[in-house]
Write a protein that binds this ligand. Structure first.
Ligand SMILES: *Cc1c(COP(=O)(O)O)cnc(C)c1O
Length: 279
């Protein structure tokens, strides 16, 4: 038995599936998850000292590689000052000014701890701002693990989404519509039926959790037009694409201006940081 196999056998007794995120389990590819002890640059090192070239980079955050020296120095400096002060502090202000100064549609933002929280919060802001409750999402897009985002299209009807997980409340499926990607006529139909009930449409402009499927600019511009026409807000989930395909994310490449935008992953460089911003 390898060291990873022994660790996995122990992990199965204390964590569902032996992991703390379904993407770390090897169920869909077979075999036993490899336990990593560390990483340097483009490589991971497993618990038996073997090196691996890392094509995943923690699903996005580690764009500078593992253990980047400049990041280590900044983190060590921050640790020296104390952590989690539970008060106002100047550090998040500096980053907020840096971002708002460079992305015109982010006039204000709030930091949270994860992409999931950024999405949950953006949805709540959209509902609060519009006084409406329904949200439109798109087949195959991943937006974290908030209840209302764990739904996918049923048999063709946006009105009858199917849960991707047990344990979702009935409200999640009542208030979430699911439309197919890359299909303007389906979009027109959903807005014709439900436009006046929609608080927001949320989309990954560069769906990266379903194969990499950059959406046509025209499709995204149609979505932007329909949301504006019907008084709904457009939320671009740039948790993966933000600060990566360009500093301003995918929005300028597609020629759309979101009302709300969500960030995660790379914004924390491997630490738990997310943010949502709006005009
Ligand atoms: C990863 C991801 C999320 C969720 O972010 P977490 O920090 O894992 O909660 C949301 N949206 C997109 C597009 C993501 O890729």
């Amino acid at each position: 038995m390898s060291v990873s196999e022994a660790l996995f056998a122990r992990a199965l007794k204390v964590a569902p599936g032996g992991v703390h995120s379904p993407v770390r389990a090897f169920r869909s590819v077979g075999g036993t998850p490899v336990f990593m002890s560390g990483g340097r640059g483009a490589r991971l090192i497993d618990v038996e000292g073997r090196e691996y070239l890392d094509f995943c980079m923690a699903f996005g955050p580690m764009i500078l590689g593992h253990g980047d020296p400049a990041v280590r120095e900044a983190v060590a400096g921050a640790m020296g000052r104390g952590w989690s002060l539970g008060t106002a502090e100047p550090y998040s202000l500096e980053l907020a000014e840096y971002i708002t100064g460079r992305i015109p549609w982010v006039q204000m933002l709030r930091f949270v701890n994860s992409g999931t929280e950024a999405v949950m919060s953006a949805l709540r802001v959209a509902r609060g701002a519009t006084g409406r409750s329904k949200i439109l999402k798109f087949e195959g897009c991943y937006h974290g693990h908030a209840d209302s985002m764990l739904l996918r299209a049923g048999s063709g009807l946006a009105e009858a989404p199917v849960p991707d997980s047990a344990g979702l409340g009935a409200m999640a499926s009542r208030e979430t519509l699911v439309a197919p990607l890359d299909d303007e006529s389906a979009l027109e139909a959903v807005f014709a039926r439900h436009g006046s009930e929609l608080a927001a449409a949320i989309i990954e402009p560069l769906p990266a959790n379903y194969g990499l499927l950059p959406q046509r600019g025209e499709f995204l511009r149609t979505l932007a037009r329909l949301t504006a026409q019907h008084g709904a807000l457009l939320i671009l989930d740039e948790v993966i694409s933000g600060f990566r395909v360009g500093f301003q994310g995918y929005a300028p490449l597609a020629g759309v201006t979101p009302d709300l935008v969500t960030y995660g992953k790379i914004i924390g460089g491997g630490f738990p940081v997310g943010a949502y911003g709006a005009s």
